[in-house]
Design a protein around this ligand. Structure first.
Ligand SMILES: [Zn+2]
Length: 88
């Protein structure tokens, strides 16, 4: 699919090229013990970013979701963030 509309409404979320990062680079592994890597796939409110924003393929998105959820339980990633901190 081509990019139909320009990225006007997405401010904070970084939209990169639509290539699955994990398919592209076999060195990167999806690991729930690596919150720094998982951080780039969640929004500032702690939500898991959809595939259409990150370009991750279905298989890796599934693995990523499991990893993020595990990391949340281990308190490596937030379930959500406090509104005051972000001053929205
Ligand atoms: Zn992939």
């Amino acid at each position: 699919m081509e990019e139909r509309r320009p990225n006007t409404r997405r401010k904070a979320i970084v939209v990169k090229k639509r290539i699955c990062r994990f398919c592209n680079d076999k060195q990167i592994t999806i690991d729930y013990k690596n919150p720094d890597m998982l951080m780039s796939f969640i929004s500032e409110r702690g939500k898991i970013l959809p595939r259409r924003l990150t370009g991750t393929c279905a298989r890796h998105q599934r693995a990523l979701t499991v990893a993020i959820k595990r990391a949340r339980i281990l308190a490596l990633l937030p379930f959500t963030t406090v509104k005051e901190k972000l001053e929205l």
